[in-house]
Write a protein that binds this ligand. Structure first.
Ligand SMILES: Cc1cc2nc3c(=O)[nH]c(=O)nc-3n(C[C@H](O)[C@H](O)[C@H](O)COP(=O)(O)O)c2cc1C
Length: 332
């Protein structure tokens, strides 16, 4: 499979992390890149620069220590504001700007942005043209297949994107009206791929290496984008890469490796967010790690959720995941 190239950047892998608000913070992006994701976009940042002076936005704009290329995703509906936001982010180190036309969240769509923009094709063109012309770095786009089942205009949007100079497109195989319901469909993704020349990433419900292969084969896409299946399992990128390359030894990790990844992830969250927020954000990831590794251990999960400081949380996670890893070693 040929590597995906976006502007000057040849991606080390064609399986990439999906942007997810509240999840793909800098620690998670760095972790997923280390574990084989070819690209990891930031959580979406509003194009309204008046809202940037909050601790949350400032953290979202931090890229220290991130491997190249650093991707910032922008959400908004005003071409000029998006262009200005893109320029400012490039000044601060963004190497690719991704425009969000895929998010169905009310907060975003209420202001007519995210996937709500798909309804207005001429506005889509104006936005993309203005942003592409404003920055010297590649601009990419993330969309859904359309507004609703009666208006699956993904192919037209993809053609508009390509003609405006967008350099890669990620498509989630649901319409805006689907929200996250039902199963993703890949027929529209296949139609989009055959309609344009720029790299296409297939996204939606890809949760295992075999599924990634099937979606690639069916759609002809250049790569896949994985979101929710990385929750509590950032090693999925390594597994997909191994499966694709036929390197079976890297397909699954030992429990000791998983424990080490979890503890290092916690540590990076504490350093990034500090004591109070660090504990809170880590709880979300620990919940997901428990679902993946210890689905039946209600008490372990409760202990971890109740820990009130980073020190207590880290010590408990160390103890429980050590026992879990040790149990496997003894059984072997
Ligand atoms: C918690 C969460 C937050 C998300 N935030 C964003 C976002 O900020 N920008 C975006 O383009 N998509 C966002 N999405 C959509 C994902 O990028 C992705 O398209 C979707 O989850 C489908 O892929 P999956 O089935 O692999 O999860 C989000 C999804 C989730 C679950």
């Amino acid at each position: 499979m040929p590597p995906v190239q976006i502007g000057p950047y040849v991606l080390p892998s064609s399986v990439v992390l999906a942007p997810m608000a509240g999840v793909t913070d800098r620690p998670f992006r760095i972790l997923c890149r280390k574990l084989g994701a070819g690209l990891a976009a930031s959580e979406m940042l509003t194009s309204d620069i008046r809202l940037w002076n909050t601790p949350k936005s400032r953290l979202r704009m931090s890229h220290e220590g991130e491997p190249e290329p650093r991707v910032v995703q922008l959400a908004g509906a005003d071409p000029v504001a998006l262009a200005e936001a893109a320029r400012l982010n490039v000044d601060q180190g963004a190497q690719i700007i991704d425009v969000n036309m895929g998010c169905p969240a009310k907060k975003v769509c209420g202001k007519l942005c995210g996937s709500a923009l798909l309804k207005d094709e001429s506005l889509v063109a104006r936005i993309l043209e203005t942003v592409v012309n404003a920055v010297s770095v590649p601009v990419t786009l993330k969309i859904r297949t359309g507004w609703d089942h009666a208006n699956r205009n993904g192919v037209r949007i993809a053609r508009i994107a390509e003609s405006c100079g967008i350099q890669a497109l990620a498509v989630h195989g649901r319409t805006r009206a689907d929200f996250y319901d039902g199963a993703a469909e890949y027929e529209t993704l296949r139609d989009i791929k055959s309609a344009i020349q720029i790299p296409v990433f297939a996204n939606g419900d890809i949760n295992a290496p075999q599924k990634a292969r099937e979606v690639l084969d069916f759609t002809g896409a250049d790569g896949v984008m994985i979101g929710r299946a990385s929750h509590g399992a950032p090693w999925i990128f390594r597994s997909v890469n191994s499966f694709w390359s036929g390197e079976k030894s890297q397909l699954t990790l030992s429990r000791a490796e998983v424990r080490d990844i979890i503890l290092a992830h916690l540590d990076s969250l504490y350093v990034f967010y500090g004591e109070g927020t660090g504990v809170r954000i880590a709880r979300k990831h620990l919940g997901w790690y428990c679902e993946q590794c210890l689905p039946d251990s209600v008490q372990v999960r409760r202990d971890l959720m109740e820990a009130a400081s980073t020190a207590a949380q880290f010590a408990l996670a160390g103890k429980h995941f050590d026992e879990w890893a040790g149990a496997a070693a003894e059984a072997a």
